[in-house]
Design a protein around this ligand. Structure first.
Ligand code: SAM
Length: 279
């Protein structure tokens, strides 16, 4: 008997993924957490019926959400990750030798435990001595810190439930205040096909808060439409330029499968329909 996982991504559009088995299904205080074994992409983490990542292509999202700010910033020592309980962003950030400390603020500790059990290669660095895990709401946490982070990365679920407040002006202003004077902020900001209003609003807010604000994109097969956006706000450095301190770095030693110097530059070259959306 064939078994399929179906994500109704927009109400009118969805994704079907054939599954071998259900490896885990539970309900935390915040969301339903499921792990499936799929034919196409290996194991898959699903939260509240939305695909988070699969073993087969998690590297795209995790490399692109981490390496763009990490290699545009001159000296990213102190990092904040909000969400990201699977550990993928931590794993990528620790590949930059400047990184001295990472605060991970994840509201749901069960996501961390499930990720460690079923995705050890993604969660591999969560217990690294440079990492401090805080099980709390990123919205509240950000209001308690000021001028301490070089980079803030928002690796959240979609703007529903506990993550809804991570896409607001108030939150983005808290993030701005938590950054140092040359800090950089980046967030995953959904699909340019299905989340046009959100992307317009977020870019308008970031544009008004930061000296520099830009969008870049990556191809993520299991996300709605496969085309995914990321929005950067920067107090000083140009996000679409690799900082000259890295000009001699050998990326081949960093176990990368998607990010490269060429991808860094080209991911900011937006198709006309997205440029029009932002203008
Ligand atoms: N989309 C990512 C990917 O593709 O790898 C996965 C993101 S990670 C699993 C998303 C995390 O954001 C979830 O673990 C969720 O619990 C967390 N989250 C949602 N709202 C939050 C909030 N307000 N504060 C902290 N973490 C939050």
């Amino acid at each position: 008997m064939e078994a399929w996982f179906f994500e109704n991504q927009t109400g009118n559009f969805g994704i079907k993924i054939r599954i071998k088995s259900i490896l885990y299904h539970g309900k935390s205080d915040f969301q339903e957490i499921s792990v499936y074994d799929t034919y196409e992409f290996g194991k898959m983490l699903v939260l509240d019926n939305a695909v988070m990542f699969t073993d087969g292509n998690e590297f795209i999202y995790h490399e692109m959400l981490s390496f763009i700010p990490l290699f545009a910033h001159k000296k990213p020592e102190n990092i904040l990750i909000i969400g990201g309980g699977d550990g993928g962003i931590i794993r990528e950030c620790l590949k930059n030798n400047f990184v001295k400390h990472i605060d991970l603020v994840e509201i749901d500790g069960e996501v961390i435990e499930v990720s460690k059990k079923f995705f050890p290669q993604i969660a591999s660095q969560i217990d690294n001595k440079k990492v401090s895990v805080k099980l709390e709401d990123g919205i509240k946490y950000l209001k308690t810190v000021n001028n301490i982070y070089d980079i803030i990365i928002i690796d959240s679920t979609d703007p529903v439930g506990p993550a809804e407040g991570l896409f607001t002006k108030d939150f983005y202003e808290s993030a701005y205040n938590a950054l140092k004077e040359d800090g950089m902020f980046v967030a995953q900001t959904e699909s340019p096909f299905f989340n046009k209003k959100l992307i317009k609003d977020v870019n308008h807010i970031i544009n008004n808060i930061y000296k520099i604000s830009m969008m870049y994109y990556a191809m993520i097969p299991v996300y709605p439409s496969g085309l995914w956006s990321f929005t950067v706000g920067s107090k000083k450095y140009q996000p679409n330029k690799i900082n000259e301190v890295y000009k001699n770095i050998d990326l081949s030693s960093l176990d990368l499968k998607y990010y490269s110097h060429e991808i860094h530059i080209s991911s900011f070259i937006l198709p006309k329909f997205i440029k029009e959306l932002l203008n």
